[in-house]
Design a protein around this ligand. Sequence first.
Ligand SMILES: [Zn+2]
Length: 306
Amino acid sequence: MAADLAHVVVAASDYPLVDPLDIDQALGVVARAVRDVIDEAVSGHGECLGVGVAIPAPIDPETLRPAPSSCHQLWVDAPVRELLRERVGLPVYVGNHGNLAVMAERLWGAGRRVDDFIWIGLDANVGGGICSGGQLLRGRDGFAGELGHIVVDPDGEICRCGSQGCLETVASLGSIQRALRPVYGQVEPDQIFALINRGEPAALRAITNIGTQVGVAVSTLINILNPSLFIVGGVLSRQCGPVILDAIRVEMDRRALPVARRSVQLRFSTLRRPEPLGAAALVLMDASRRLVIDRKGKPHWEQAAG
Ligand SMILES: [Zn+2]
């Protein structure tokens, strides 16, 4: 998607990846997307200041490359910025998708004017991020906010991170497909949402279980971080939100410390795709730092480091 200096999204498109783990193939698709979006949104009306990329892996704060995380091994330490800059000829900015979602929520979404909040994204994977005291919580190595890898069942399924019983193994699209297979066979996401909308008891049970597990995990975080807001995003929240939110609320009432529970509100994300929006915010924040107004009042941007 493309955003202008007023932070308004002026163009957006979807480009599916055949093999998201193949860096060459993925960056080729991203470069084509950048060219198409620039043609649509920028051509003849100004210049493109940079390209932001949301990556579903922790980002090393020193190298700005995907950090070793046991997930997405093929992307670890890949020079994504440099490789993409060569392809598009523009400054490139990268960030962890959960962290970028938090930035977008704070700028445009439910987290506006909120200093302490937790964000979770329930999609094919489970993403997360934390804003504490008005600052994005990154941690020493960029790993803070990995809500999907909170252990909720020590004897549960092996997770792709190498641990066992992580929230992601019980609260993602894949987990609901596995849970429903004995009842309905293989079901695709749209079929699952149709079952839930029809009120099918087994589908409702499966989605309630997801809310319960998220509620267990987030109650612990509420006791540790004392936030004022918990934002639930991702395709599962958009399609089955009320059922999930009710189950989360039940667990928060049961498990969070009463004073901390009273302080925290529970809301849906109002942003359809906060991760790329946050990537656009990275570009715009750097652009505002590089902005120089000449004597005739004309804006120029100093060369970007990215
Ligand atoms: Zn895990």
